[in-house]
Design a binder for this molecule. Structure first.
Ligand SMILES: NC(=O)c1ccc[n+]([C@@H]2O[C@H](COP(=O)([O-])OP(=O)(O)OC[C@H]3O[C@@H](n4cnc5c(N)ncnc54)[C@H](O)[C@@H]3O)[C@@H](O)[C@H]2O)c1
Length: 439
């Protein structure tokens, strides 16, 4: 089995199936198509599949023309029919891994996917989990569900974990340019997964087991969460003593070794960094160990929107205005620059807090034309307001929450009365600096 699949992979005759066609799944399809593979994409969301079949992209950095070409030339076949899972030789799972209401891992998407695969599994298939999760998920959660098929891992089918490291909106790194860590459930699976990814990505990093690969991804994200929390805390301290934290970081990063720059902001956002470390804390609790760094970082990072709102209140106060009744425009509701993804974006918490203080809110985001409904936030329906000179001049405060490159910061500062900047986006603006407050 392994020999035939390895040959098919090396000759690029293997069909690569991706399950979950979101921010991770679609770029992965693109990497395999670019490498010369025929791909299939599976998603339970029929609306997404229909859009893809109609040649339309729903992700900003994936072009509709590319989708149309690939679908027409049958290099990419999107489908919601899970019975077709048996048509692919390789199945890469890229479904969501959120937290439950009680902030525990919610593996229901992975489990549902594994159940579907087990119904269609045939000898000679390789299954790789890519969703971020705690160490042990591939072997102890996915493995037993796939075993319900009656097939045996390592001889009939193959199982591995390879974490996705997609950085949406980063033009320097697409899926094929980022080294891929790969760990197998046993040696034959490891070898096959390594052979597969080495066809499509710049560099494959084989590790001892799927657990090492799973832990590697959580380490990467915990590292970011903890370091961002540290600079967020230092930002508040330095501000109290009249030092600009961004100046300090710019100076510190001239050290050629032993320092990596992390930047403060209005709070964490996105699908990964605010969530993934808690997969590890949950596992640690099961083993009777606390994860104090993770908890503390979470506490500091989630307190950031309240800090920013305090800074807005202080800045308005200096101008003799209360928050109540002040016109505030939030710039950027995507969780980070140059993407259209609003998941876990701190902008929503900022807007909730400002609206609780009875501010008159508007927003602008060139990548998010309508304010999406979010599970934990009760905000009215709103459309992105164009940033005209008159509109900006009519605002009591413009709050920069996301530093999109599309913004003309000179123009924004020139026409606004007060700008509260959480990202140092106005760092290079020369005129009107007296109107800028950092937060
Ligand atoms: N977005 C990122 O930047 C990023 C980076 C690295 C890792 N990750 C991880 O990758 C995984 C996927 O994240 P994403 O951002 O692509 O999520 P996403 O929500 O954009 O996409 C997931 C897709 O899976 C589909 N889906 C859900 N259940 C399914 C099922 N049972 N069968 C088939 N399809 C199903 C959904 O309809 C959706 O289209 C998560 O574990 C995430 O933590 C994300």
């Amino acid at each position: 089995m392994a020999v035939e699949l390895e040959r098919a992979v090396r000759e690029k005759k293997a069909v690569v199936g991706v399950i979950g066609l979101g921010y991770v799944g679609l770029p992965l399809i693109r990497a395999f198509v670019a490498a010369g593979f025929r791909t299939m994409g599976f998603d339970v969301d029929r609306a997404k599949v229909d859009q893809l079949l109609a040649g339309k992209s729903y992700i900003g950095h994936i072009a509709s023309e590319w989708i149309r070409d690939c679908v027409e030339s049958q290099k990419f076949t999107p489908t919601a029919d899970m019975a077709r899972l048996s048509e692919a030789d390789v199945l890469l799972i890229c479904v969501p891994t959120p937290l439950s209401e009680s902030r525990d891992p919610d593996l229901r998407y992975i489990e549902a996917t594994a159940e579907e695969i087990s119904k269609a599994l045939r000898p000679g298939q390789l299954v790789v989990l890519e969703s971020t999760t705690y160490p042990g998920t591939t072997r102890d959660v996915v493995g037993p569900i796939l075993a319900k098929s009656g097939l045996k891992v390592g001889s009939d089918f193959f199982l591995a974990y390879s974490p996705e490291r997609e950085d949406p909106g980063n033009p320097d790194y697409t899926a094929s340019g980022i080294p891929k860590v790969v760990g197998g459930a046993e040696p034959a699976s490891a070898r096959l997964a390594e052979a597969l990814y080495s066809q499509a990505v710049v560099n494959v990093v084989p590790v001892a087991s799927c657990e090492v690969a799973e832990a590697c991804k959580i380490l990467e994200n915990t590292y970011r969460s903890v370091n961002i929390a540290m600079v967020n805390e230092l930002k508040m301290l330095f501000d109290k003593i009249g030092i600009d934290v961004w100046d300090v970081i710019a100076a510190a990063k001239t050290k050629p070794f032993g320092f990596q720059a992390f930047y403060p902001g209005p709070g964490l956002g996105g699908h990964c960094i605010p969530i993934d470390p808690f997969y590890l804390s949950w596992l640690a609790r099961k083993h009777g160990m606390p994860t104090r760094f993770i908890e503390l970082a979470g506490e500091i990072n989630t307190s950031m929107p309240a800090y920013v709102v305090r800074r807005v209140i202080e800045a308005l106060n200096e101008a003799g205005k209360p928050l109540k009744g002040s016109r505030i425009c939030v710039l950027g509701v995507a969780y980070k620059k140059d993407v259209d993804d609003p998941r876990e974006s701190p902008s929503f918490e900022l807007m909730d807090l400002l609206s609780a203080g009875r501010a008159i809110l508007t927003y602008n985001d060139p990548h998010v034309p309508q304010l999406p409904k979010m599970r934990h936030h009760e905000l009215p329906a709103m459309a992105s307001t164009p940033l005209t000179p008159e509109f900006l001049a009519g605002q009591d405060c413009v709050l920069i929450a996301t530093d999109h490159s599309a913004y003309d910061y000179d123009f924004i500062v020139k026409h606004s009365r007060l700008v509260v900047d959480t990202r140092n986006a106005t760092g290079k603006v020369r005129q009107g600096r007296e109107k800028i407050r950092k937060a």
